[in-house]
Design a protein around this ligand. Sequence first.
Ligand code: ASP
Length: 421
Amino acid sequence: MSLTKKIIIFMVVGAIVGIAINYFGYNKTPFVETYLTGGLFKVVGKLFLNALRMMVVPLVFVSLFCGAAALREPSQLGKLGGKTLLFYLFTTAIALTIAISMAYLINPGLGFDIPNDYPKYVAKEAPSFVDVLINMVPTNPIKAMAQGNMLQIIVFSILLGLAATMAGKPGEKIIDFMQNINDVVMKLVHIIMEFAPYAVFALIAIVFADLGAKAIGDLAKYFFTVMLVLMIHAFIVYPTLLSVFGKINPITFLKKIQTAVVFAFGSASSNATIPVTLRTVTKRMGVDKSVASFTIPFGATINMDGTAIMQGVATVFIAQAFGFDLTLAQLGTVVLMATMASIGTAGVPGVGLLMLAGVLEQVGLPVEAIGIILGIDRLLDMTRTAVNITGDAAVTCIVAKSAGKLDEEVFNDPEAGIIEE
Ligand code: ASP
């Protein structure tokens, strides 16, 4: 059996166990809280997530260093970067347009009774776009790595990789050394991935144990609108873009992205999923490392179509619930702000909601209303993260194909890079 199949089975069993715990009210019993959801499940799930996150910084650093070194020319890197950025922005704009249109078709907030006692959300200060730009170049690369600042690590690794190609003999030695490290780090990723079924079981059981079907209740219309648009984006928009711009078989793509999708769903973090996404696009889909090592971490940091979808629907939902009429110009602002918000956000759980505050503020909607949707956000967060990384992988394939860096033999081989159990 392939690892992905095993993970999916464990995931479903985890969901059933979680729902059962919740249904019978066991989630409130001290035994379950202390020894299961707050004990064994938590330990297994978090250990695994920590192990994956442990790999992110070393992997991004060495693979980007090698990637930049393999591209050699800064101009080639510039072209690649420009095209990738453009596609990332384009897919986010499409995501938002569909989200807002569908929200106005379904009207999730019309007739919604705002509860008096909902937890009021207090907005935190988000960094300005200018600060994000200035901070792209780290003053201290070790600090950037220690803090896991992805954009700074990306910039430093690329510069160092390019310098290595220009430094003659010493550069060659370092590149060779880093390539060896890269292989070792990838091996460790592979080993960690083998533990995924148990961890995903535990993580999903925890989520469902304290969520349950009841929680969605009045918010069902909002919840399902977000879900519907996420599905449209994953199963219609990306496949169309893959066929039109990449002349790539979208069915093969959707089959192969599954592994990364289950990791993203289980972890709710694009960032923690980087090692798996990177492995999936290079080993399973045949994208050259020189492209993927840049586009995947970059995408996990700035490209969040799923997050933008939630923000678009949530903005319309809150406007309708509070009786605000958004003008066309304000909707334009929502598209712009949510696109910017997704650029400035790191791929960790729950950040999408935090960034929603900035979007609401810009169009004069009450920021504390985020509290209304906070309770049901976890499941949406997991699903939108899966869409976020699918977008990163789709754009990666399109860009790689256009640069002649997609090995179609690997892409079309159903067995390529598969992990057997
Ligand atoms: N959890 C999402 C991600 O990591 C971000 C978010 O929407 O909260 O991609």
